[in-house]
Design a protein around this ligand. Structure first.
Ligand SMILES: [Zn+2]
Length: 93
């Protein structure tokens, strides 16, 4: 018997994520943000595929780029959740 999960069930029981990496599409809650959300990067590797460390340092200085964590102290705030990961499915809310 195949069990079919409803969207509601998956959203309720899935893992909550605030953002998705622009480079590798991995959902993430610790993220580099470029231009207030034009681009997101989940890791140094993904970030530096697109910006050199030197370039990033300059962006950071100019407040064009920064790093943030959406799940400090536990879960992501409901109003920041944009993706739900359930098994290998990624649901965009
Ligand atoms: Zn990535």
């Amino acid at each position: 018997m195949t069990k079919i999960n409803t969207m509601e069930y998956m959203i309720e029981n899935g893992e909550k994520f605030a953002r998705k990496c622009t480079h590798c599409n991995k959902p993430t809650n610790q993220v580099y943000i470029v231009n207030d959300g034009d681009e997101y990067y989940c890791s140094d590797e993904c970030l530096h595929e697109n910006y050199t460390p030197k370039k990033w340092a300059r962006m950071y200085e100019n407040e064009v780029g920064y790093w943030t964590s959406f799940d400090d102290g536990g879960e992501v705030a409901d109003d920041e959740v944009q993706f739900i990961k359930y098994g290998d499915q990624l649901i965009e809310l």
